[in-house]
Design a protein around this ligand. Structure first.
Ligand code: UDX
Length: 430
């Protein structure tokens, strides 16, 4: 099938590449000319395991190409995926101007049937707006369909999530659109749920909000655990064994970040508001998440007393492991607060330091975790990279000025780390 993927951000690039891997001809489009130049030299703008190899392979086999010429890509393709950015406006609502622009271009250049599929995370009823935008300009009455096909990719495991998803959601309003999308996803072994467009759009926001709720729930439980002398890891295990609850997304820690959960949560709150519903539950999910980051700073204070002039080592900057993405990463807020208190920061992350240097230039970036520990008054773990789980704790203890370890992701076993002589503080643990 011939596909145009409009928007070569995270979602567009991964999805477009994976569609080409399935044997389709995919043209990925972006108005960022520099990005397209780089992609044509096979320089991948993001770190995602397996992506670079897959891009190279499919470019070699001539199934995948990159361009900034949206008109040509639309003309040549039957399926047009809209995967452009929908960044949050100041009030939390998604900015849909790029979606509108793409819809207008499609209407202006199409000469034969097009299936226009919303892939970006958008508020419910965006499909209706796309259809309206195309219809207004479609004086020649060319046949087209609009559909919604939300993505559920996680950074760091996006390719696997695409090829082996739990489900594929397709929101359509015609048999033709349904058949095309079912055919497109035929090689993927997963249940396909076919719905109306509005339900598909809501499934995306409702799923992300629910997952964020699970995280904030366990983070709230972690506070109760600390106060009551229980261990949140055990509590989460005990809860998760109940199949109705499930073990995933019950990991207490320094809070959720990334470009999806925080953004989608506030967008969904606004969507609900516009529909006349005050989604207080989700407002509380947001509040708990903000508190969770403050809690890490509080733990540092409780251990170091006066912060001014002290040195704190940070392990992990990305919003989660296996990505260089720092968007809405808890580390940004936590480091920001520490800097305000006059703390000197040394930091290390396996992938995210270059990005962090751009937004927080005034701290010391180290070549490895041990350099972070040298002469630091405390060590704080903010991302659970595998590399940190196997550190030589004896060496760390020697390097630190005081053996204080704040484990914001509960990667260490409290008992064995205390036996090594550390003063340990995890999240929701005794
Ligand atoms: C998320 C959704 O999982 C995905 O389906 C959607 O398409 C995009 O948004 P992503 O943002 O890549 O994916 O990361 P995810 O693995 O979901 O983690 C999000 C945040 O929650 C991270 O900061 C992570 O550290 C945190 N988290 C996750 C927890 O704190 N505890 C958990 O149990 C799980």
């Amino acid at each position: 099938m011939k596909i145009a993927m409009i928007g070569t951000g995270y979602v567009g690039l991964v999805t477009g590449t994976c569609f080409s891997e399935l044997g389709n001809d995919v043209i990925c489009v972006d108005n960022d000319i520099e990005k397209i130049k780089k992609l044509n030299k096979e320089i991948i703008p993001i770190y995602e395991p397996g992506l670079e190899e897959m891009v190279k392979k499919n470019r070699n086999e001539k199934r995948l190409s990159f361009t900034s010429e949206i008109e040509d890509a639309v003309k040549e393709s039957e399926i047009i995926f809209i995967a452009v950015g929908t960044p949050p406006k100041e009030n939390g609502e998604a900015d849909l101007s790029s979606v509108e622009k793409v819809s207008a271009v499609v209407a202006d250049v199409m000469t034969d049937y097009k299936l226009v599929v919303g892939k970006s995370t958008v508020p419910v009823n965006t499909g209706k707006w796309i259809k309206k935008t195309i219809n207004i300009r479609n004086a020649r009455g060319i046949d087209f369909d609009v559909a919604s096909n939300p993505e559920f990719l996680r950074e760091g495991s996006a390719i696997n999530d695409f090829l082996f998803p739990d489900r594929i959601v397709i929101g359509v309003e015609s048999e033709r659109a349904k058949n095309i999308l079912c055919e497109l996803y035929k090689p993927v072994d997963a249940p396909i749920l076919v719905t109306d467009i509005e339900s598909a759009e809501i499934i995306k926001h409702a799923s992300n909000s629910f997952l964020a709720t699970k995280i904030s729930f366990i983070n709230a439980i972690s506070i109760i655990c600390e106060r009551a002398g229980a261990d949140v890891e055990m509590v989460a295990k005990g809860m998760g064994l109940d199949k109705r609850i499930g073990k995933d997304f019950l990991k207490a820690g320094a809070g959720f970040g990334g470009f999806c959960f925080p953004k989608d949560l506030s967008a969904f709150i606004r969507i609900a508001e516009n529909l006349g519903y005050d989604f207080r539950l989700l407002k509380e999910v947001e509040r708990i998440n903000d508190e969770q980051k403050k809690l890490i700073v509080k733990k540092i204070k409780e251990n170091l007393w006066n912060l001014n002039g002290k040195s704190v080592g940070i392990l992990g900057l990305s919003f989660k492991p296996d990505t260089d993405d720092i968007r809405y990463a808890p580390s940004i807020d936590i480091i920001g607060e520490l800097l305000q208190e006059g703390v000197k920061i040394k930091a290390y992350d396996p992938k995210a330091m270059e990005r962090m240097k751009v937004i927080i230039p005034g701290i010391t970036y180290c070549k490895d975790p041990y350099e972070v520990c040298e002469d630091s008054d405390a060590l704080v773990v903010l991302t659970e990279w595998d590399e940190f789980k196997n550190l030589k704790v004896k060496k760390i203890k020697k390097l630190l000025r005081t053996p204080i370890l704040i484990d914001g992701r509960n990667i260490f076993d409290p008992k064995s780390i205390e036996d090594e002589g550390f003063i340990y503080s995890g999240v929701g643990r005794k």
